[in-house]
Design a protein around this ligand. Structure first.
Ligand SMILES: Cc1cc2nc3c(=O)[nH]c(=O)nc-3n(C[C@H](O)[C@H](O)[C@H](O)COP(=O)(O)O)c2cc1C
Length: 191
């Protein structure tokens, strides 16, 4: 059973607000790819815009510039090994989607490959073309055109981290292949 449900674009920033490590998906000219990225964040509310650092040397970058689109998928803790693996090898040399038998679906607006199995959510993104992105910086800006999340962990526009959904809880890279899983929720007095 698929538990993914659309997320209102006004709530899309909440998917990235807590700084999860993400999987950047892309496709162009019959080739599709996935890489890990620890550096991404929301930057604008309306329309929802995000930034993600995609090193100019990566195959992902080549596909994103060529297609003008990418997906941001949020791996749950159960995908920690996969996340690390796709951050170690380049899609130039190996088809990582085939090698790791990753199931993808097409994004509803731009048709980018999106991962749902084992992921807590995704954002389908249209690249905002900027001169500095093309030449100088690794940072890419994009508008979120569709978003969805697993209803077992993201409900009514909010994350709900509980003991029964730890496998779907987002992961956060500490460096050198060490991650922490989201959870340990603290509620502020007055909230
Ligand atoms: C946990 C993790 C986080 C990473 N974060 C980023 C990132 O934020 N930006 C980036 O450009 N590369 C990042 N990388 C490195 C890319 O994932 C790596 O260069 C990858 O092999 C590129 O794949 P590609 O050439 O198939 O696009 C990260 C790697 C790991 C393991």
């Amino acid at each position: 059973m698929n538990h993914f449900r659309p997320v209102e674009l006004g709530h899309a920033s909440r998917l990235l607000n807590h700084g999860p490590t993400v999987l950047v998906t892309s496709t162009h000219g019959g080739r599709s790819n996935v890489m890990a990225a620890a550096w991404s964040m929301p930057v604008e509310f309306t329309p929802p815009r995000i930034s993600v650092v995609i090193d100019k040397s990566t195959f992902t970058r080549e596909l994103v510039i060529a297609s003008g689109a990418f997906g941001i998928c949020l791996p749950g803790a159960g995908l920690v090994d996969l996340t690390y693996a796709v951050g170690q090898a380049s899609g130039r040399k190996v088809d990582k989607i085939a090698r790791h038998k990753i199931a993808t679906r097409r994004g509803p607006v731009l048709g980018v490959p999106l991962i749902e199995v084992g992921c807590a959510g995704w954002l389908e993104c249209r690249l905002i073309r900027e001169p500095h992105t093309e030449d100088a910086y690794d940072t890419c800006f994009a508008e979120v055109v569709a978003a969805a999340a697993d209803s077992r962990i993201f409900v009514g526009g909010h994350w709900t981290f509980r003991d029964d959904n730890t496998e779907l809880q987002t992961i956060h890279h500490l460096g050198a292949g060490n991650f922490v899983r989201a959870g340990g929720v603290l509620r502020a007095t007055g909230a």
